[in-house]
Design a protein around this ligand. Structure first.
Ligand SMILES: [Fe+2]
Length: 233
């Protein structure tokens, strides 16, 4: 099955990430510090497996048009996502929404997407992902819900949310906070996603898996940001 999707995965991964291009041997693709997949190469893809990769209408609607990266093609590392400090600005009760961008808001639009898995790489459905972060001036909205909102993972563990690229503020690299909750409300994880420019920060040095992966901009010009979550159910 994995062989059949290789060309599509390749379309969004820099060539330099391939460690071996010999098709008679195993190829290793390392798209991020949190994704490592081994793909045995064969000359004839299994037609049955290829058939299973056809997206359903639901998946197609969630697909990014510029990369053809279907939700089911996002691989799982099986390594638990590192926790990270909550900070002082979490506020419960955020609205459910697909975009944190309000009309007229300054900032560079980004589209964050990924999947939620358990440690055995089973997709986790119905997980609440609650995001919050600072605006371009490094300020949090502690009165309303600007740049605060949540999403639920779908039947493939997939989620996506639009926002603006986070801005570093005093003493902190660029980051977006997130909390994950199970269907019963149990908290699964509190952590932060870090963005390019944060590589030398102590947070990323201590937990490299928290560095988000930048892909190519999508057809709407939004920077695509891939981030998976692996949690204990
Ligand atoms: Fe923060």
């Amino acid at each position: 099955m994995v062989v059949a999707i290789l060309p599509l995965i390749v379309s969004c991964i820099p060539e330099s990430d391939f460690s071996n291009s010999n098709q008679s041997e195993t190829i290793t693709i390392e798209a991020t510090n949190e994704i490592l997949i081994e793909i045995p190469q064969t000359s004839t893809p299994d037609p049955v497996e290829t058939e299973e990769l056809e997206p359903s209408p639901t998946l197609e609607s969630a697909t990014n048009s510029s990369t053809n990266l279907q939700p089911t093609m996002i691989p799982c590392s099986g390594q638990l996502t590192s926790p990270n400090q909550e900070g002082p600005f979490y506020k419960a009760g955020s609205p459910e929404r697909k975009s944190l961008i309000d009309e007229g808001m300054a900032g560079i639009p980004i589209l964050i997407f990924g999947r939620v898995f358990d440690q055995d790489c089973n997709p986790m459905t119905g997980v609440k992902l609650d995001f919050w972060h600072a605006d371009v001036d490094g300020e949090y909205d502690n009165i309303g819900y600007t740049l605060r909102g949540h999403q639920f993972s779908d039947e493939n563990g997939y989620f996506s949310i639009e926002s603006i690229e986070p801005t570093p503020y005093t003493g902190r690299p660029s980051h977006i906070h997130v909390k994950l909750f199970a269907r019963d409300g149990q908290e699964l994880l509190t952590t932060q996603m870090y963005f390019p420019g944060s590589e030398t920060s102590g947070d990323v040095q201590n937990a490299p898996d928290l560095l988000a992966t930048y892909l190519e901009p999508d057809s709407e010009g939004r920077q695509q940001v891939l981030f998976n979550f692996i949690v204990h159910p």
